[in-house]
Design a protein. Structure first.
Ligand code: FMN
Length: 169
């Protein structure tokens, strides 16, 4: 993609704990016609089924969940600290009512597999969905984690293969 260099997931040097848990990310889904994004700070990078993968956790009431369901690919977009207000906005407003990319002046780019990403990101990870499952209350070993689900809105976990990885020049 213009202004970005393709790298291998193995060459990512950022600390995943900081990148996801502290910097946060925008999960973007959709295509040029219809897309949405939401802020997420829960997730992970790893290796599974001999593939570099990401894990994301999306509650069923998110508008993003419905867009994710329509597509095989999605992207994770990481931003510098100066974009924090955009991450706050996209973590509060819903794409059901607001065009977040337009409101935040985010420039949409198409990724190699026709998902969308934002040109302002410093790192873009395009992901191909491999597996999805909703958390099951009976599977929780630590009851303390159940406190996150007072409305029974258990996250859907997606495991997705990293199909392309780009860093901004
Ligand atoms: C810092 C931060 C982290 C968040 N992490 C998650 C997450 O990992 N999973 C999730 O389902 N929602 C998460 N949210 C909430 C969504 O971003 C928020 O509900 C958003 O408005 C959903 O937008 P949508 O309805 O357009 O999908 C987070 C919000 C913030 C502010």
């Amino acid at each position: 993609m213009y202004n970005f260099t393709e790298i291998q997931p193995f060459d990512l040097t950022s600390n995943a704990f900081k990148l996801i848990g502290k910097d946060w990310m925008l999960i973007a889904a959709g295509d040029k016609e219809k897309s949405n994004c939401m802020t997420a700070s829960w997730g992970g990078f790893g290796f599974l089924w001999n593939k570099p993968v990401v894990f994301i956790f999306v509650r069923p009431q998110r508008y993003t969940y419905h867009i994710l369901e329509e597509q095989e690919y999605f992207t994770l977009n990481f931003f510098k600290e100066t974009y924090r207000s955009i991450l706050n906005f996209c973590g509060k407003e819903s794409g059901e009512f607001v065009d977040k990319a337009k409101e935040c002046h985010l420039d949409i780019a198409s990724t190699p597999n026709n998902s969308i990403a934002y040109r302002q990101a410093h790192t873009i990870i395009e992901c191909k969905k491999l597996y999805k499952e909703q958390f099951n209350p009976e599977s929780f070993i630590a009851q303390s984690a159940l406190e996150f689900y007072l409305n029974n809105d258990f996250h859907y976990m997606y495991i997705a293969e990293i199909s392309n990885c780009f860093i901004r020049n």
